[in-house]
Design a protein around this ligand. Sequence first.
Ligand code: KIV
Ligand code: ZN
Length: 513
Amino acid sequence: MTDKLIIFDTTLRDGEQSPGASMTKDEKLRIARQLERLKVDVIEAGFAASSNGDFEAVKAIADHIKDSTVCSLSRANDRDISRAAEALKGAARSRIHTFIATSPLHMEKKLRMTPEQVYEQARLAVRFARNLNDDIEFSPEDGYRSEPDFLCRVLETVIKEGVRTINIPDTVGYAVPELFGEFIRDLRQRVPNSDKAVWSVHCHNDLGMAVANSLAGVKIGGARQIECTINGLGERAGNCSLEEVVMAVKTRRDYFGLTLGIDTSQIVPASRMVSQTTGFVVQPNKAVVGANAFAHASGIHQDGVLKARDTYEIMRAEDVGWAANKIVLGKLSGRNAFKQRLQELGIEMESEADTNAAFARFKDLADRKSEIFDEDIIALVGDESVTHEQEHYRLLMLEQRSGTGERPHARVAFAMGNDEFHVESDGNGPVDASLKAIELKVRSGAELVLYSVNAITSGSTESQGEVTVRLQHGGRVVNGVGSDPDIVVASAKAYLAALNKLHSKNDRVAAQG
Ligand code: KIV
Ligand code: ZN
């Protein structure tokens, strides 16, 4: 058995299934490029058959990514598999990941199929997929709650049909580490041709044990692929978190004895990019990537770390990509310095026009903020208004008045398609007044379900504010993110970004629907 652990990232597929985390094609491509810099082995780019938008995103990623294998999910039917193969055509290395539920509950209540029908469908789907691609992964959905005899029969057959990777999902996050590890070990022992496939684990975090279960799947069960997401993003309580599982295997190499291809210095940039793109804020005490993960507040700890770092630190902050906040550019920096910094941060703009638009925004920001940090640059290139993606709503101007004893009032100008509108409103506060003014014209009818503000760089009131707005409408949930030194302006940008997402009707079939 090999000692290489394959890291399969599903931020862009399972992660994106979290309500509100849906991403545009350009956002997904930007994240895929960062995942390639992180050197993940496999990028699950989406579920090509679920919507035209997802098809285009998988295709764009397949066309651009050269170093990681690009994968598309597909249900176990010919149409989905053909769509996945079509989207992946341009990839240097590609994989089709096909799945069908095998637990009694899912087969009976969700699929309304007999076990025999599921068995046959899995067999035929893999046979069909194998004619289109050499690299096929198969997942028995809700595998951990499936009946072992039946599961072994299905797995033996799909391996015979040519599957290269068998992925066992704990779809509902029900497993506990020891039992999950033994479950994987038993399957590998009982399936006669198990050595012909790489075994993989895919754990959800409903009981907070996704990382522990995945590691047990590796240590006890002998799995050699872990499916995970940046920041543990994913449906409900999320998936196994990439940064935690990778740093556990690296830091405790003495125990796991496994090698990884990951460039860990790209972990924090990846975490920031995913959080800034989706608006899913990382909790400060989150392992590895939380703002406090390497902060020592108590005097005793600080003293210890100053005397010898390893008294209280088991990993080095710089090894996971934490750089001390660095002032990188300022008002006098020119276009070349800006372009070079983008390159150093690994940010590739799609075109010269995008670079020019980003530089114009940088100049605008530098006029209002004396010190520009890497985080500011990442936020400004993530801003939809500097990418070529078509925006329906755009903020043009915002003015607001507020003070003690005065009812706040806002005047907002924004573009809606090719038209320009000027609106004004009172509100409980300046943010409320601004969003109400926009709603007076847009009349989206959307419900605001989340509003949060964070400082992009810590330690100073000069930081830009980053606002996340989550809107719910007609069964859809979308997040909008906006940043600006003025948090009222950031709020209006975030609100319009969320309205843009609602406007681009990109309905999709759910993977686990
Ligand atoms: O959780 C799950 O079962 C999945 C499968 C589609 C692999 O995401
Ligand atoms: Zn999943």
